[in-house]
Structure formats: C-alpha cells, structure tokens
Design a protein around this ligand. Structure first.
Ligand code: NDP
Length: 311
C-alpha cells in the first residue's frame, strides 16, 4: 500500500481562495479596512524564521497587513511587556503574535498574559485557553486548528477513533487533543516520560506527532492503515525535517502529511483565519452577533463535497 498525501499546500490554497479572500473583500466593502497582524520575534530561531517566511508569503496573497518586529536577543522582559502594551492600545492592530520560544531570561507565560485576549491570535491567553478547554468557540491555537482542518479536508472520520497525540505542549499537543475530544475521538496523550512510546503509537487510528525530535516516529511504530499527521519542524544540516520518518511510514500509513508541505501551510492558513476572526469580533456588536460570528468561523472548518468547504 502507498499512502495518500495530506497536502497542506493544496488545503491552504483552497481555503485562501474559497474562505479567506471573499471574507477580506467583505471587510473592504463593509468596514473599508483590512486586518493587521503584528509579529514579534525576539532574537533568532531557525523554526521561527521558517514560520515567519511561510507566513509572510501566505499573507502576501491575502489583503491583510502584516508587520514583523525583530527585537534583539538581549531585550528585557520589561521592554517586551512595554512593546506589547503599546500594540494592545494601538487600534490599527487586530492580532499580536509573539514567536515562541523566547530567550530564557523572558518568562513566556508573563508575555502571553500581557497580550490582550481579543488580539491573541495564538489562542494562548488564559481566557482563550479556558474557552478551548471548555470547547467554547473562540481563538484557538492555529497549529491545532490546522491539524483538525486537514483531517476534515481529507474526510478522515474522527468520532470513536483512537487518536494518539505525541507531545503535550500548550501550543500544539493540548489544544489539538481538546479539539479532537470535541469531535468524539478517544484521545491518548504521550510525552517524554511515556514508556515505551511505540506501545501507544501502535494503537493509534490517527497519530499526531508534535514533539520536535527529528524522525522519532519510525517503521514499526504505527499500525497498518493509520493516519499520520506530522507537526514537527526540525533542522538537520540546514534541511527541514519532521518528527516522522516519512519514507519509513509511507508504505504502512493510509494517509500521511509531509514536512515541509503538511502542517506548516495549514497552520499559517488558520492563523490568517484567527486574525480575520479577531478583526470581525471587534466590529460586530452584541453577544448574539459575536456568537453567530464565532459559529460561522467554526463552520468553515467543516467540509462538504470533495475537498469543499461549507460556510
Ligand atoms: P515543546 O518542546 O513545547 O513540546 C514538545 C513535547 O514533546 C513535550 O510535551 C515533550 O514531553 C514531548 N517529547 C519530547 N521528547 C519526547 C520523546 N522522546 N518522546 C515523546 N515525547 C517527547 O514543542 P512544541 O509543542 O512547541 O512543538 C513541537 C514541534 O512542533 C516542534 O518541532 C515545533 O517546531 C513544531 N511546531 C510546528 C508548528 C507548525 O506549524 N507545523 C507550529 C508549532 C510548533 P514533556 O512534556 O514530557 O517534556
């Protein structure tokens, strides 16, 4: 058997044309304004640089404004807080993204809590975490949304399936587990103390690898016909590789996402969706309108027809 490829680029292009561009046209007509994202990078990190490059390329195809602020590695926590507070108070900015990981002298929780929840397009501020943990539609981490959107795009059944998520971070492992629990999957979360890892991964109908260890998931670690989504972004000798050994698993998996070209483009696409949602929530008045706006964005992740979307 040869696996079908979960093509994140195709998904992202389709979503861009069918959902995001029409939404931006609607904004221009109705609000005469377009959403603006501010990305803050402190110091340098190869995974962050690769993500920013992908994001800027994707955003250049969409009528949104995007500005990247590069702060030096020795920026203090206080300076970064002041920088974010200015952006919280800047009405022209709709979304703020602080690239993680931050240098070790800055506490990432303090920084996340500084971002205004309504501008927190990464869905990590306490209010937003409460919402996704309670399965209330709101701003949800883009990578987790991207994984869900890819599974839906390829019409992979989720209800009653055993999903094994390797990695338990706040940015990927935990939110993706919550989203899939909401879809009535049975979810097992694994981490660095799970022993032996293959005992769990072999049970997965759907395996999601979000670890940051090059080719951790190899032949013999999945069952026949499992669906594999690789979220990992690792650099080895300047080459981008995932957490999954794609060549090893290609014959066993029914569906598999490549790195690059899988989860990355889907993440960027969902980040754009979150930005549009943050922009729109600021403009719709009243909780009923806000709820219906949120429901509409969530319906976007449902699929109908052959790789089609329903809005
Ligand atoms: P973190 O470092 O925050 O979390 C990694 C998780 O993997 C932890 O829960 C850790 O366990 C677990 N882990 C580490 N080693 C092992 C192991 N040997 N066996 C099992 N579990 C292990 O990383 P992130 O969640 O932020 O990112 C994960 C990967 O996804 C990275 O490669 C990152 O670059 C990538 N990423 C990709 C994105 C995309 O758009 N595709 C977006 C965001 C991240 P423990 O909790 O016990 O330490």
């Amino acid at each position: 058997m040869t696996s079908k490829i979960i093509d994140g680029r195709q998904f992202a292009n389709d979503y861009l044309e069918k959902i995001l561009k029409p939404r931006c046209e609607f904004f221009l007509q109705n609000y005469n304004k377009l959403p603006k994202l501010s990305t803050i990078l402190v110091g340098s990190n190869p995974a962050s640089e690769s993500y920013i490059k992908l994001k800027e390329k994707f955003f250049s195809n969409l009528c949104v404004e995007s500005e990247v602020f590069r702060l030096p590695e020795n920026t203090s926590e206080k300076e970064l807080i002041e920088f974010i507070e200015k952006q919280n108070n800047d009405d022209s900015i709709d979304g703020i993204l602080v690239q993680m990981p931050l240098p070790s002298h800055i506490d990432s929780d303090t920084i996340i809590e500084t971002i205004l929840p309504s501008k927190d397009v990464e869905g990590l501020s306490p209010n937003n975490v409460y919402a996704w943990a309670k399965a209330i539609p709101n701003l949800v981490p883009a990578t987790a949304l991207g994984v869900l959107a890819l599974l839906r795009y390829y019409k992979i059944p989720l209800e009653g399936k055993h999903v094994v998520v390797v990695g338990r971070s706040m940015i990927v492992g935990k939110p993706v587990s919550h989203l899939l629990l909401k879809e009535n999957a049975t979810v097992t979360m694994c981490h660095s103390r799970t022993k032996p890892l293959e005992e769990y991964t072999k049970q997965a109908d759907i395996l999601i690898a979000a670890v940051g260890r090059p080719h951790l998931i190899k032949e013999g670690m999945i069952k026949e016909s499992a669906v594999v989504v690789d979220v990992g972004v690792n650099f080895e000798e300047g080459k981008l590789i995932g957490d999954v050994d794609f060549d090893d698993l290609q014959k066993t998996a029914s569906y598999i996402s490549p790195v690059p070209g899988g989860s990355g483009p889907a993440t960027v696409c969902m980040l754009a969706s979150n930005l549009l949602l943050a922009f729109e929530l600021k403009r719709v008045k009243g909780s009923d309108e806000q709820q219906s706006c949120l429901r509409e964005y969530y319906a976007n992740y449902e699929t109908i027809g052959e790789n089609g979307f329903c809005i």
